[in-house]
Every structure is written in structure tokens, then in C-alpha cells.
Design a protein around this ligand. Structure first.
Ligand code: SAM
Length: 312
């Protein structure tokens, strides 16, 4: 605290808000954010508000207050968000902001903000902009000099990473893999050498195919977790290698239900050496053989994942 206060005026404000919050005084947090910036008396604030990914208890008191105080809430799907807001007795008007109307909706929301109205942005679940709409609005607000303030909360990627038990000091958020098999496999070839932990979103109807492609591209031995239905009644964590996860998802229909996140260990040193060896073998064999055959043989000789070697 004291160290922050020495860091300059804006940090003083941050420290005061933090201190008040620690004391349980969470009133007026929007006002504090407004007072800390250059925009006093000009535009409203765009608050980017995280909503629960399953458990309603994860909507923080501050999120509820900001949503209640906003002039309008921009929501990905107003029909989806209305029950959530009703549950908390929030009667703020809703307006739609999704990928099909983003351009027009952004112009209208920026006009409201410039007129001094406070706008809250939410998505169907979790943190807006994280594999969800909102980027254009935040970008336009920043470009217009409007204050954008986060109200952090649930995010499936971070929730999954926090419980996976895989290295979390460095990680890569990959979002959704491409839906088409060829594009997905090409992307996975690019990711095969990644040494940081990978976090991948997937939908229930593609999880089986993606697990097979991940196993083939990154190797059956790679450590991974399949986290499903986080914060909900049927929350599960399947911890195993990619080979075992692919097998389990294929044979057990329950593992294909609900929402899921895959957390996959980065490539280790041993796998590094195998891949380098595999690529050398592939290059030599490729001079004599077709790509598929060269990859198959190079993988069998070196133990490197076949799909990481194959280059069409
Ligand atoms: N913005 C959201 C966030 O902050 O996590 C993500 C939205 S994205 C459209 C939806 C994907 O997030 C799902 O397909 C799934 O991969 C993941 N997801 C959302 N809720 C989840 C949950 N409760 N358990 C596991 N994964 C979840």
C-alpha cells in the first residue's frame, strides 16, 4: 500500500479504492474510477463486466452495482442475459451487441457514452471479448478517449488453468481451434512446438475430433486436462495424457457433454529432442518418399508425433 502511494497520483487513487474495498466499503467504486482519470464531466464510462460461467454466486457485488447503475447494458444476447439480471433484481435496459450488428451498435453506444451515459458490456457468460463479442466497442471507446474500466470475474480459461495442476507461470490462450479439420490440423502443427501451457476452448459437438487431432499433433504422451462444466453441478476434471483423454472422450459419451476447456502441457525438453530428430528423419525420407509415408516412418523411427512431421 505505502509503496503504491509513493508511485504517483493515479496510484494514490488506486490505493485508496483498494483500501476502501478491503474495509468492506464497496460503495461508489464507479465514482472512484471516474475521478481517477482525465475524463471528469465529459463522457460516461464503459464498464466491461464479467458474468458467471455457471454458478450465479460468481457475479460479484461490484458487478451487480455497476450493472444496476449503468444507463444501458450492451449484451451479446438480450434474451439470454435477461433471466440473470432479473435474478439479481437489475432492471437496467438492455441492448444487443453481437457479431452481426456490432458496427451499428458500436456507433450508437459510443454516442451514448459521449453524451455522458454509463454503459456496461456483458456477454452470455464469463468475460466479454474472451472468445466473445466486444472488441470493436472497446477499441472504438479507447479511440474516442472514453474511459473503459474492467469489472473482473469468471473466465473459463483462467478458471481451468487455476485448477489444472499444469504449469501456469506461462501459458497461451488459443481460444477455439478452427472448426474445419484441415485448418485445425494445420494450426495444431504450428502449436506442436509451443513450450508454454496451452488453453483451448471447445464445444461439446467437436470435442472428440479435436482430442484425436491434438493427440496426433502433440503426441499421445503429452500431459493434459479436460475440464468440463466448471462451477456447475457436474464439474469434472479428467487428468491424463492426450492419448488417454482422446480414448476416454471417444468411449464415454458423458465426457462429451456440457462446456469444456482443454489445458495441455507445453512441449518438454525430451519431446523437443524427439521432434528435432523426427524432423531430421522426415527430411531425409522425404527425398525418396511421399509426405504421408515419410512422416509415418520418421514417427515410427524417432517416436515424434506423426502429424507434427507431416508437411503436405
Ligand atoms: N467469454 C467466456 C469466458 O470468459 O470464459 C468464453 C465464451 S466462449 C463463447 C464459450 C466457451 O468457453 C465454451 O465453449 C467452453 O469452451 C468455455 N466455457 C464456458 N463456460 C464453461 C464452463 N462452465 N466450464 C468449462 N468451459 C466453459
Amino acid at each position: 500500500m505505502l509503496r503504491l502511494i509513493r508511485d504517483g497520483p493515479s496510484m494514490v487513487r488506486t490505493s485508496v479504492v483498494f483500501f476502501n474495498t478491503m474495509l468492506g466499503d464497496d460503495s461508489g467504486s464507479t465514482r472512484d474510477v471516474r475521478a481517477s482519470n482525465m475524463n471528469v464531466g465529459k463522457s460516461g464510462i464503459l464498464s466491461v463486466v464479467a458474468t458467471p460461467i455457471g454458478n450465479l454466486g460468481d457475479l460479484s457485488p461490484r458487478a451487480q452495482q455497476v450493472l444496476r447503475d449503468a444507463t444501458v447494458i450492451a449484451a451479446e444476447d438480450t434474451r439470454h442475459s435477461r433471466p440473470l439480471l432479473q435474478h439479481f433484481g437489475i432492471a437496467t435496459p438492455l441492448t444487443a451487441l453481437h457479431e452481426h450488428n456490432e458496427r451499428a451498435a458500436v456507433a450508437s453506444l459510443i454516442a451514448k457514452l459521449q453524451a455522458g451515459e454509463d454503459v456496461a458490456l456483458i456477454s452470455d457468460a464469463g468475460t466479454p471479448l474472451i472468445s466473445d463479442p466486444g472488441f470493436r466497442l472497446v477499441r472504438a471507446a479507447r479511440e474516442a478517449g472514453i474511459d473503459v474500466s474492467p469489472v473482473p470475474g469468471a473466465c473459463a480459461a483462467i478458471a481451468a488453468l487455476s485448477v489444472a495442476g499444469l504449469p501456469s507461470d506461462r501459458f497461451v490462450f488459443e481460444g477455439f481451434l478452427p472448426a474445419k479439420a484441415a485448418a485445425r490440423r494445420a494450426r495444431l502443427r504450428e502449436l506442436a512446438g509451443e513450450t508454454r501451457t496451452l488453453v483451448v476452448y471447445e464445444s461439446s459437438h467437436r470435442i472428440a475430433e479435436s482430442c484425436v487431432d491434438l493427440r496426433d499433433a502433440l503426441g499421445a504422451e503429452r500431459e493434459a486436462r479436460l475440464l468440463r462444466e466448471l462451477t456447475k453441478v457436474h464439474e469434472t476434471c479428467l487428468g491424463a495424457t492426450l492419448g488417454e483423454i482422446a480414448k476416454r472422450v471417444e468411449s464415454d459419451p458423458e465426457q462429451r457433454l456440457g462446456e469444456c476447456v482443454l489445458v495441455i502441457a507445453g512441449r518438454g525438453e525430451e519431446a523437443d529432442a524427439k521432434l528435432a530428430e523426427g524432423r531430421r528423419a522426415y527430411a531425409l525420407l522425404r527425398a525418396e518418399l511421399a509426405p504421408a509415408q515419410a512422416a509415418k516412418l520418421a514417427a515410427a523411427i524417432t517416436g515424434a508425433p506423426r502429424k507434427a512431421l507431416y508437411e503436405p
